[in-house]
Design a protein around this ligand. Structure first.
Ligand SMILES: [Zn+2]
Length: 167
């Protein structure tokens, strides 16, 4: 497979599955479109495994104290944001806004399976948490979420790079 083709295929992950492609459909052979489509879907599906098993977060941070903000446990001010009833990480109850961020991001990744999707979702969440006006979460959110975005985006890139493009 030529590098150029792989690069184009990777680039196509930044657009959602069908609508954008119709604009260029006349320029691409139908077999190539099918191959791109299959690749896109495979990447979207491959990323779901990061959602089903969050151990990549635990492996990276090793302990809760490295990511206290996910659990509303930062110093100084008490966080009153709601916590989730489902335990997914470090045997602790994480904050609902973080859970919603993860859900929304994985939903978006199905459509656009690329690192940029993570960065976009992070920016949306930063805005949302700023509006929560929590004395614990709000002042920190941009810093911690930008750091978390680096890890998340790196994992997305890793998974995508393992998916084979076949045409
Ligand atoms: Zn909070």
């Amino acid at each position: 497979m030529q590098d150029e083709t792989i690069l184009s295929a990777r680039y196509s992950l930044r657009t959602s599955l069908v609508p954008d492609w119709f604009k260029e459909i006349e320029m691409i052979a139908s077999t190539d479109i099918l191959a791109l489509w299959a690749y896109h879907q495979k990447c979207g599906r491959a990323l779901q495994r990061l959602q089903l098993d969050l151990s990549w977060i635990e492996k990276h941070y090793k302990k809760t104290t490295a990511v206290p903000w996910i659990f509303g446990k930062t110093r100084r001010f008490r966080c009153r944001c709601p916590r989730s009833d489902i335990i997914k990480l470090f045997d602790r109850k994480h904050l609902v806004w973080w859970e919603e961020f993860m859900e929304a991001t994985f939903q978006a990744l199905r459509e656009e399976p690329c690192a940029q999707t993570v960065y976009n979702s992070v920016e949306e969440t930063i805005e949302k948490v700023r509006r929560l006006d929590c004395r614990s979460c709000t002042p920190n959110v941009a810093t911690v979420m930008h750091q978390f975005a680096e890890l998340f985006a790196k994992k997305v890139e890793e998974v995508i790079s393992e998916v084979k493009f076949v045409s």
